[in-house]
Design a binder for this molecule. Sequence first.
Ligand SMILES: [Zn+2]
Length: 251
Amino acid sequence: MNIKVTAERKTVDTVFLQWVSDDPRERTDYDIYFAPSDTEQLRKIDTVPTYNFIHNSKELIDNHRIRYEIGKGASRIGPIYPENNGDKYLYALADQYCWQLKYALQGVPCDVYCYTNTDNYCPECWSKESNKQIKTKCNTCDGSGRYGGYTGPVKCYISIMDGAETDNYVGGVSKPRTILRAWLGNIPLINKNDIIVDSLKRVFRVTGDPERTTAGSEQNTRFIVKQTLLIEKLDDNQKFYQTLGIGRANE
Ligand SMILES: [Zn+2]
C-alpha cells in the first residue's frame, strides 16, 4: 500500500483524514486505527470504503496527544499526528458553521470529489512512456485516456443558493450554463475543479478558487472555518462518473 495522508483537526471534536493512493483503481477498504494518548495502544475504530475519514468523538475534545494509522490487510501507514492549525475559539466557530448547515440554513447532504492532480491518465489505455493512448477501445475509462485524479467522496453538507441559467458564447454559439453560489464548512478543503454531487444527484464543478474565511485570532490565519464558492452544473453526469475513476458514486 502506498498512500499519502493529510490529517487536520477541524472542530472541537472532529479530525479529518484524507489520502491519495498511488493506484487509482485500488478499491480495497481501509482500516482506521486510533489512540487517544501517547501511551495507549492503537485500536481499530472503523473500516471505510473510500479515501477519507471524518473522526468525530468526545475523546478528541481538548486532546492533542492523539494519533492514527491507516491499514489495508497487514500493511499499515503511520503514526499519523493531525495538524492543529486553529485554537479553541476557531474550532468552536467551525463547529457553529457545521451546525448551521445541518440544522438551520437549508444545507443539503452532498458528496465532494477532490481533484488531486495526480494519476490523471488511464492505466489501461494511456502509455506514460510514449505519452499517448495505445488502445482505441478501453474498458476502464470513457475513451478519453483520462481516469481518476479525484479522491472521495467526502460526505458533508452544502448550502446551494438559487441562480439563473446564463447564456455563454463559445465560438459564437450560445451555450447555456448554470452557475450557482454555494457555501460549506471546512471539511473538505475545496479547490477549483473539485466535483460536488448533491442529494438530488446533480453534478457540479467548482469553477474558481473558493473564498476561504479564516476569521479568528491574530496568530491563526491558516485555519479555515468556512468556504464560499461558485459551482457550475454539469449535464453529462454518467460520463462524468466513469471518468472520476472511483466507484460508489451512486451509493
Ligand atoms: Zn482508458
